[in-house]
Design a protein around this ligand. Structure first.
Ligand code: IDP
Ligand code: MG
Length: 151
């Protein structure tokens, strides 16, 4: 088990449809620690950097447009294997294929409006946390339930 930090974003549709509380609630209940969080009106520059690996793909421009269309909630979550854990809780990229019980599986219908983002690996997580947050925006603290989350 490895303690990791992952970058999570509630996308514009998640915010507009009133899912901020619901989504944060799921992560909190899972025992993930919120170490940074803010609402962001995303610039084109930030969106293009965030989705840089998809540059040239047909969905790149629409995705940049989507993510800059209305505010998002950006956060850093900490926990054991948090990267894979969050990916599993989000479900597959296409909500049609995402298992019910996952965020995308419960609330989405369309791949271009899939509510939530989570880093897909260690390197991506580091890159995204650095891109979205300054070091001083990340808090270090102990949650009182931490000792009950592991053996
Ligand atoms: P992920 O968000 O599950 O990691 P990626 O393949 O990295 O999925 O794609 C990044 C984002 O780009 C997706 O979450 C989605 O918002 C958008 N996207 C990906 N593929 C498509 C597509 O085929 N049509 C429309 N949007 C897409
Ligand atoms: Mg991805």
């Amino acid at each position: 088990m490895e303690k990791q930090r992952t970058f999570v974003m509630i996308k514009p549709d998640g915010v507009q449809r009133g899912f901020i509380g619901e989504i944060i609630n799921r992560f909190e209940k899972k025992g993930l620690k919120i170490v940074a969080m803010k609402m962001v009106s995303v610039s084109k520059d930030l969106a293009e950097k965030h989705y840089g690996i998809h540059k040239g793909k047909p969905f790149f421009e629409p995705t940049v447009k989507y993510i800059t269309s209305s505010p998002v909630v950006a956060m850093v979550l900490e926990g054991f294997n948090s990267i894979e854990l969050v990916r599993n809780m989000m479900g597959k990229t296409n909500p049609v294929e995402a298992t019910p019980g996952t965020i995308r599986g419960d609330f989405g219908q369309f791949i271009g409006r899939n509510i939530v983002h989570g880093s897909d690996g260690l390197d991506t997580a580091k890159f995204e946390i650095n891109l979205w947050f300054k070091p001083e925006e990340i808090s270090k603290y102990v949650r009182i339930d931490e000792k009950w989350l592991t053996e």
